[in-house]
Design a protein around this ligand. Structure first.
Ligand code: NAG
Ligand code: NAG
Ligand code: NAG
Ligand code: NAG
Length: 424
């Protein structure tokens, strides 16, 4: 909303006149360059740009080592993908620069927003943290929301002439008053389902049963973002903290099409759909997406002043599977960075590690010009677990253009990721 120019409005006004004319005009009118003050994000490793590695440097060391982030300008990307995450394309597409993780204490630039997502973070609350529980971090959505509330309080202190006299503290931060005009991304739940199955903590049918809890946790976060909170700084009158007014809620890609799941749950007894994906696992994400979509519709009615977008990542994924050629995707079901089997994935040695597979030494830690597969951009999955640069870009391009997103028109911003090349 903040940055949309007259181009879209013009197209809308013509729609009132004649439907035919309207279609022609909308198709040809250039979308504006959007300019949201900032982007804030919540979620898991599909969105984290470095929170969990900031908290646990050894545990997540490979996130900043090649080949993770080989397409990222500085390589030390802290991202589990080959290039950019969905949140990166969103931040660039909305005409800003990258957004930095909130736990990055040094060399972070928060001017254009802040990322609260964390690798290993489930949507459902982590009340007790088991250190030996592989992959999990105690940074569930409720904790990320607490970070965000504290963050707004710190912005207030930073801007206060009493607490920060003569601007003694100097940091690159957005203005507190722009929070209500910024874009909020909520993409969560993947961790909950994927790692329950990957670590065999739950069976497929047990995993289906957690869908309501996962969606409840996501809905709770959305409501908290939309609900005004009073704050009383010491020695100052109580005031209302700004709240989100635009939220992009993204659903989940089909779990049964992910190389790690195909490797672990495939076989002669498994049922496959026409794309070669596992039908039983796809039911989990379909149930999640259906419930999440219903909740978003209800939230729109409850918060009519807010714009709650529903980004259909699942629709983008299946569109690509249906027409791989259009997207130049050559290996839709196999990992780029991986080894072995039909899906180029083996739990024994995953991307960024070296070790033995069937008695043979494999090293998945190479740097450019070596790449883990012949054509990284031909894959939907980077490492068998996380979506690739190709998918992430396709999804955000659609969301900006108004495809696979509701309400109609989507974000309505020109999909130009220009700043990517000019700034890291
Ligand atoms: C959007 O920005 C690009 C540069 O990134 C520029 O070439 C283009 O003209 C701008 N479009 C509009 C509608 O302002
Ligand atoms: C956001 O808050 C500012 C300052 O309180 C106000 O001027 C502006 O109208 C608000 N914008 C929206 C979209 O609510
Ligand atoms: C696919 O490749 C062709 C030829 O290189 C290119 O023109 C087109 O933009 C590519 N499509 C996508 C979605 O990247
Ligand atoms: C794997 O290959 C990289 C790059 O060639 C090398 O630096 C690293 O030492 C190798 N790892 C092992 C365990 O051999």
């Amino acid at each position: 909303m903040a940055g949309k120019s007259g181009a879209r409005l013009g197209a809308r006004m013509l729609c009132l006149g004649a439907v035919m004319l309207c279609i022609v005009q909308v198709a040809s009118a250039a979308l504006p360059n959007c300019s949201y003050p900032a982007v804030y994000a919540f979620g898991d490793s599909l969105t984290d740009t470095g929170n969990s590695i900031a908290a646990f440097p050894e545990k997540f060391a490979n996130a900043e080592l090649d080949p993770n982030g080989i397409l990222f300008p500085t390589h030390a990307a802290d991202r589990y993908t080959d290039g950019k995450l969905l949140v990166d394309f969103l931040a660039f597409g909305l005409r800003r620069r990258p957004i930095y993780p909130v736990l990055r204490g040094t060399a972070g630039d928060f001017t254009f927003g802040t990322n609260f997502a964390a690798y290993g973070a489930p949507a459902r609350t982590v009340k007790v943290w088991y250190k030996d529980d592989a992959f999990s971090v105690p940074f569930s959505l409720d904790v990320q929301q607490q970070w965000y509330e504290r963050y707004k309080i710190r912005l207030w202190f930073y801007e206060s002439p009493v607490y920060n006299p003569a601007g003694r503290l100097v940091q690159s931060l957005p203005k507190l008053a722009t929070v209500n005009e910024s874009m909020f991304l909520v993409w969560s739940g993947y961790q909950d389902y994927f790692f329950s199955l990957y670590d065999k903590k739950l069976t497929v049918s047990q995993t289906r049963k957690i869908v309501p809890e996962v969606v409840d946790a996501i809905e709770t976060l959305i409501e908290q973002l939309l609900t005004p909170v009073y704050y009383t700084p010491p020695g100052f009158p109580t005031f209302l903290m700004p709240t989100a007014t635009e939220i992009l809620v993204v659903n989940l890609p089909p779990l049964g099409c992910i190389p790690a799941m195909l490797t672990l749950y495939g076989g002669p007894k498994a049922k496959y759909n026409s794309h070669g994906c596992l039908s039983e696992l796809n039911k989990i994400t379909s149930a999640h997406n259906k419930l999440l979509g219903e909740r978003v519709i209800a939230l729109r009615a409850k918060y009519p002043k807010a714009k709650i977008y529903y980004g259909d990542a699942h629709g983008v994924y299946t569109d690509i599977l249906k027409d791989t050629k259009k997207y130049n995707v050559t290996e839709p079901l196999s990992a780029c960075c991986g080894v072995g089997g039909s899906y180029n994935f083996n739990t024994g040695v995953t991307c960024g590690h070296a070790g033995l597979v069937d008695g043979k030494f494999v090293n998945l830690t190479m740097s450019l010009p070596a790449t883990p597969c012949a054509n990284p951009s031909g894959h939907l999955s980077w490492d068998g677990i996380h979506t690739s640069n190709t998918f992430n870009k396709a999804a955000v391009t659609d969301f900006l253009l108004g495809k696979h997103i509701t309400p109609a028109g989507g974000l309505g911003c020109s999909p130009d990721f220009f700043f990517w090349n000019s700034s890291t």
